[in-house]
Design a protein around this ligand. Structure first.
Ligand SMILES: CC(C)(COP(=O)(O)OP(=O)(O)OC[C@H]1O[C@@H](n2cnc3c(N)ncnc32)[C@H](O)[C@@H]1OP(=O)(O)O)[C@@H](O)C(=O)NCCC(=O)NCCS
Length: 168
């Protein structure tokens, strides 16, 4: 990252703490690289969906325990990314926040991660005022909302991480 990267982090983020500052800066540095922009200082994201100064780019960010990721596309309307450590453990009762009886059977952490990515791609479209993960159903490579396919998704496990993406 550029030497003066901390200068570009908003004070509100700095107030949260060093870990948050690093996540914020690293994810935006990754985004600047993905969009082939020289600097991440002016990477303003509108509606959690696209770059204010380069609206041709649909973008999304994720960070978890020391790792940050960004994704960008000039082809898609909206896109979402989620990163999870593959060894993350869930208490079984947590699944009630994201699992529905219509979801395809799959590893719960993959399902969680894919729904987080799908949420990020779909929430900016404003289909529902307070969208939650349980509004989304994963069937095959499709994400369904109210019975209709609204997005596609994919998930890969690599280097101890699960990376999920979803797109509209
Ligand atoms: C928005 C949400 C997906 C973000 O998850 P998170 O745990 O903070 O994880 P990540 O690090 O992967 O993602 C953070 C990034 O998501 C993006 N983001 C935040 N809100 C978003 C939204 N409404 N739409 C799209 N992207 C969003 C931001 O870029 C953020 O990074 P930033 O804070 O550096 O700008 C999650 O908090 C959420 O609201 N999930 C849906 C609600 C739900 O049903 N939860 C069920 C469990 S209780």
């Amino acid at each position: 990252m550029p030497e003066n990267w901390v200068d570009s982090v908003p004070d509100a983020i700095k107030a949260i703490g060093e870990k948050r500052v690093r996540e914020y800066a690293a994810s935006r540095h990754a985004l600047a690289l993905a969009c082939e922009l020289d600097s991440f200082e002016k990477l303003e994201i509108e509606n959690h969906q696209y770059l204010k100064h380069h609206p041709e780019y649909a973008v999304s960010l994720s960070h978890t325990r020391g790792i940050s990721a960004a994704i960008a596309s000039k082809e898609l309307k909206s896109i979402g990314i989620d990163l999870e450590h593959a060894n993350r453990k869930f208490k079984p009762e947590v699944s009630k926040f994201f699992l529905t009886d219509q979801d395809d059977k799959m590893d719960l952490l993959v399902l969680w991660s894919a729904k987080e990515a799908a949420f990020k791609a779909i929430a900016p479209l404003g289909l529902k005022e307070t969208l939650v993960l349980k509004d989304l159903v994963l069937k095959g490579d499709s994400v369904l909302f109210q019975g209709k396919v609204v997005s596609k998704w994919n998930s890969q496990t690599h280097d101890g991480l699960i990376t999920s993406v979803a797109w509209v």
